[in-house]
Design a protein around this ligand. Structure first.
Ligand code: FAD
Length: 467
């Protein structure tokens, strides 16, 4: 058996390699959660658009499939390939910005962390973000990454235009005005239509968020769910499946000047930030998780302990610093979007069934909201949605829990997050997405030979080239 340090070293060697030169052939790729691995036949780390186009045509000439690697933060094998692994970590940065219109064009390999920093320097920000910032922009868009906000969509709704390299090596642009069908399909497309090289985002002027986090009885949160979602710019809650308390997070914009700004809580001192985010949410929670993994029978009690330790806090900071939190404790995750009105039914069934599972659950459930949008493969396509994310600590059994969750959300037409664990195939997904066959038609036209395919895409979209 390998020691922990040997395992860490192996993980580091096979995880995302950065630096100027691509890894040697035979280097293994592994995602953040350790749920997907692959050994690409060839690695490629282009620096220019020309090199990206050349990588696609060279893959075709060699008869290899090609996948773009993001930061490996999908729990599914979305990015995995045994063909060419295209690493865009040298293809980064903002290339154009108009601070009057707030339109910003970004190279696709830029991480959200780097993007947030560059935007802040320009006095701009993304209107909404998810929980972390380690993803690449194109990777996050391609799986439908979202944050929370009843009046806001996922990240892809902030896209105004895309540049893509298609399977024949040609570079095309698309937007609502140019190639609108490709645009409707490509904003969330899992790399199935081509390599996204640049993204034009509609940003907003930089803003401050006032964060308020406090425990409330979960029954009360469900009772007031619609009102809480409507009254707050960004509303979400966490709930430990064996507890009665939820941790409710409300983030609201602070308009500069005026009474609201004066009443907003102050910034959190650095020592408290370290204590709350690093010690309590990562180090202490990680220690509880390890104790639970060593003695699973203790998990319900540890869950109640975590629930009881929830405390209130309020602070203000630049929006991206409030949206994003460090996540150092590793876990596996599944997330489904359900019609907002079905949330209570799903959580009621989960709270009834989870205590009956043979293997206890160590991690909380996270609930978020998003507005309906018109992106063909968006989990919020055509309906106001509630997102329910379930997690399990890495190394603990999760299969029965995730299967139970899938069986519950199936009754309310739940749609799985494309980057998180699920078992649906093309037949089941077609029934959930009204524009599914149109997406497949665009894919068959853009990539008739499945140059950008892999086994995950084979499962979710069915046989390649079929319109
Ligand atoms: C700790 C953690 C927290 C998370 N929090 C959230 C959250 O708050 N909200 C949420 O919705 N999701 C969340 N996720 C999921 C995550 O945002 C998505 O899985 C996202 O796709 C990961 O981005 P990535 O850069 O790692 O892409 P990868 O996982 O590496 O790739 C994702 C897909 O994008 C494709 N791709 C990447 N770049 C390109 C490109 N240039 N052109 C074409 N295709 C491309 C890949 O081929 C692959 O199919 C979280 C995941 C983790 C591990």
């Amino acid at each position: 058996m390998k020691s922990t340090s040997a395992r860490r070293a192996a993980g580091a060697a096979s995880y995302r390699l950065r630096g100027d030169r691509p890894p040697e052939p035979g280097t293994r790729w592994r995602n953040w959660a350790g749920t997907a691995t692959a050994t690409p036949a060839r690695w490629c780390r282009p620096r220019t658009e020309y090199e990206i186009c050349a990588a696609v045509t060279a893959a075709a000439a060699a008869g290899l499939q090609l996948r773009v690697l993001g930061s490996g933060h999908s729990f599914t094998a979305a990015a995995a390939t045994t063909g060419v692994a295209l690493d865009l970590s040298l293809w980064t940065g903002i290339t154009a910005a108009d601070t009057r219109t707030c339109l910003v064009t970004v190279r696709s390999g830029t991480t959200i962390r780097a993007l947030n920093a560059e935007l802040a320097g320009l006095g701009l920000a993304m209107a909404n973000l998810g929980d972390i910032d380690a993803q690449t922009l194109a990777g996050a868009l391609s799986t439908g990454t979202h944050g929370t906000g009843a009046g806001l969509g996922g990240l892809a709704t902030q896209v105004e235009g895309l540049e893509l390299v298609l399977a024949d090596g040609s570079l095309v642009t698309c937007s609502a005005a140019a190639r609108p069908e490709l645009f409707a399909a490509a904003r969330i497309s899992l790399g199935a239509l081509g390599v996204i090289t640049a993204v034009t985002l509609r940003c907003v002027p930089a803003f401050t968020l006032a964060a308020d986090e406090r425990p409330l009885p979960v029954a009360e949160v469900l009772e007031q769910f619609d009102a809480l979602a409507a009254a707050n710019d960004h509303f979400e809650f966490y709930w430990f499946p064996y507890g009665r308390q939820a941790l409710v997070k409300r983030n609201n914009r602070v308009s500069p000047g005026g009474d609201a700004a004066a009443a907003a809580p102050g910034a959190m001192p650095a020592w408290r930030k370290f204590w709350e985010f690093e010690v309590m949410e990562n180090a202490a929670f990680g220690a509880l998780c390890r104790a639970g993994r060593a003695r699973p029978a203790l998990i319900p009690a540890l869950n109640r302990l975590s629930s009881a330790a929830l405390s209130a806090r309020s602070y203000s900071a630049a929006s991206h610093r409030v949206f994003v939190t460090p996540r150092r404790v590793r876990f596996v995750e599944s997330e489904y979007a359900v019609p907002r009105e079905s949330l209570r039914q799903v959580l009621t069934e989960l709270s009834r069934e989870v205590p009956r599972l043979a293997e206890p659950v160590m991690f909380p459930v996270e609930v978020r909201v998003a507005a309906a949008d018109d992106i063909w493969l968006s989990t919020a396509y055509g309906r106001d949605s509630a997102y329910i994310a379930i997690h399990q600590y890495t190394g603990l059994p999760y299969q029965a829990y995730f299967a139970l969750f899938e069986s519950i959300v199936a009754h309310v037409a739940g749609r799985p997050h494309w980057g998180k664990m699920h078992s649906l195939d093309a037949e089941r997904l077609r029934a959930l997405y009204p524009r599914f066959d149109e997406f497949r038609r665009i894919r068959a036209e853009a990539d008739p030979e499945s140059r950008f395919g892999n086994s995950y895409l084979g499962r979710i979209f069915g046989p390649p080239g079929e319109k």
